[in-house]
Design a protein around this ligand. Structure first.
Ligand code: HAM
Length: 465
């Protein structure tokens, strides 16, 4: 039989690499705690319409990259059908009309049952979080500060730093305008948090690229100017751009076709179309960033690949990543809640590509891996029980020890080899004599130094390095 491998664009994250992932996730959880963000977990699949309306039909993500399928309405109608069948049976002898009514209901439910619902594996998490905000009426809580960590799915061409299942660390601040959700202070807070977070995981050479993409007001004028500028050149552009030029000209900036770049370079920029409130908002964001000492560069070509953005938009890039240099991206989405049928709820957030973050780390897997403090080697028949007792004591001690446990069938030499293999610091010999004396031979593997330690002192001795 042929062997089965992981699907193209997906991958297994294995130890020791997973130690780096754990290091990243532990660190970001600490940072989120310091900024008072709380975890939210939303489903991995949602109705397709959420992304079509939230992210935008014309975006590459929605038009080309989603994993979408038709799902049967299924269970509820199955239950209903069963109920009707029970009723029909118990009513066996009753009037013809009741039976007819039940039969026609059954037929209707049967038809409904096969009605498909379009579902999609989430390509991003902002739309899902805003959906949850609306569904659970979370405006009552004032300003919500959420974070989430989990897999996303996009059918992109796989390469280094680009996968079909990848992981995002996402954060969103969302709430009613009365809670201050629109304030530039929130934008600056999010950006300063990111600078801190990258410092804490040890990523130094990042660049924050910052832009304001304005509000719907500015967008009307900007789109008009874009359409006008595109008119004489659009026939020289790729098929996607030709379509975008009429449907959603802003998306022309997503184009990656090299031949189109000189044309795109000359197009008007959103920065010239910002109205007074949007300019002021942007100035204030930049002002706070300067005050707190977070460096940034302005990039007025940065429009981001999702339609919900308003005002502040940003990316953090890192040279080590090559072509896929965006470690993270985000921005403001003041109209998204309304587009999804909710109340006004301005918001701002970001998503870090965790795969890319891990690729950019300077920390090695060895540095991130915690190896055993001690390897317990039971020596001879009956010693597994004694070793298990000792392991339990040491693992439950307050010294936070990592304990590896061997097997009594191993000869001493094999135990030493096993202890070496897991890179244990000490080996602890549990033989009959040791058990009788209630004191154990503890050998430091690097120096070869061996001491006999009474049971009660073992945890302290092992943890003292
Ligand atoms: P995005 O720019 O589409 O934004 O994705 C954010 C980050 O996810 C990217 O910068 C990149 O690091 C990572 N990423 C995207 N696609 C892939 C892939 N195929 N393989 C590996 N990493 C990838 C969003 O998703 C928005 N929801 C961000 C946001 C949150 N805006 C506001 N709030």
């Amino acid at each position: 039989m042929g062997k089965i491998n992981a699907v193209r664009g997906t991958r297994d994250l294995l130890p020791p690499d997973t130690a780096l992932w754990n290091f990243v996730e532990d660190t970001v959880r600490d940072v989120f705690r310091a900024y008072n963000f709380q975890e939210i977990r939303t489903p991995i699949f949602e109705s397709t319409e959420l992304f079509a309306r939230g992210v935008g039909e014309e975006t590459d993500i929605v038009s080309k990259e989603m994993y979408t399928w038709e799902d049967r309405a299924g269970k509820a109608s199955d239950q209903l059908l069963e109920m009707l069948e029970n009723i029909r049976e118990t009513l066996g002898g009753s009037t013809e009309e009741t039976l007819k009514y039940i039969s026609s209901s059954k037929a209707q439910i049967e038809a409904e049952k096969w009605k498909a619902q379009s579902l999609t594996l989430r390509p991003e998490n902002t739309a899902g979080i805003v959906r949850a905000y609306i569904e659970h009426k979370m405006w009552d809580r004032g300003l919500n500060k959420f974070f989430s960590i989990g897999p996303m799915f996009r059918r992109e061409r796989p390469q280094k730093g680009r996968y079909r299942q990848f992981y995002q660390i996402d954060a969103e601040i969302i709430g009613p305008p009365s809670a201050g959700s629109e304030s530039p202070a929130r934008d600056a807070e999010i950006l300063e948090l990111l600078a801190t977070l990258l410092d804490r995981v040890g990523i130094k050479d990042w660049t924050l690229e910052l832009n304001s993409v304005g509000c719907p007001n500015d967008r009307v004028k900007f789109n008009e100017a874009l359409r006008k500028a595109l008119e004489p050149v659009v026939n020289k552009m790729c098929a996607d751009c030709q379509r975008r030029a009429t449907t959603n000209p802003l998306r022309v900036f997503d184009c990656k076709v090299p031949e189109d770049q000189p044309i795109i370079e000359k197009l008007p920029r959103i920065s010239h179309f910002l109205d007074e409130p949007c300019s002021k908002h942007f100035e204030e964001v930049k002002g706070i960033l300067k005050a707190v000492g977070v460096d940034f560069v302005e990039n007025d070509r940065l429009v981001r690949g999702l339609d919900y953005y308003t005002r502040t938009a940003f990316e953090f890039t890192h040279g080590a990543l090559g072509a896929q240099k965006a470690i993270l991206g985000g921005g403001r989405y003041d109209g998204l809640s309304e587009a999804l049928g909710g109340p006004a709820a301005p918001g701002i957030g970001f998503a870090i590509g965790e795969d890319r973050l891990v690729l950019s780390l300077s920390k090695s897997t060895e540095e991130a891996t915690r190896t055993p403090d001690v390897y317990i080697a039971p020596l001879g028949e009956g010693m597994n029980r004694e070793a298990a007792r000792l392991a339990r004591e040491l693992r439950r001690s307050e010294k936070d020890l990592v304990v590896e446990l061997g097997d009594e069938s191993f000869r001493l030499k094999k135990s030493f080899e096993a202890a070496d293999k897991v890179k244990a610091r000490y080996i602890l010999i549990v033989g009959e004599n040791e058990v009788k004396a209630d004191a154990f031979a503890l050998k430091h593997l690097a120096s070869g130094k061996q001491v006999t330690v009474p049971r009660a002192e073992l945890a302290a001795r092992i943890s003292s390095k």
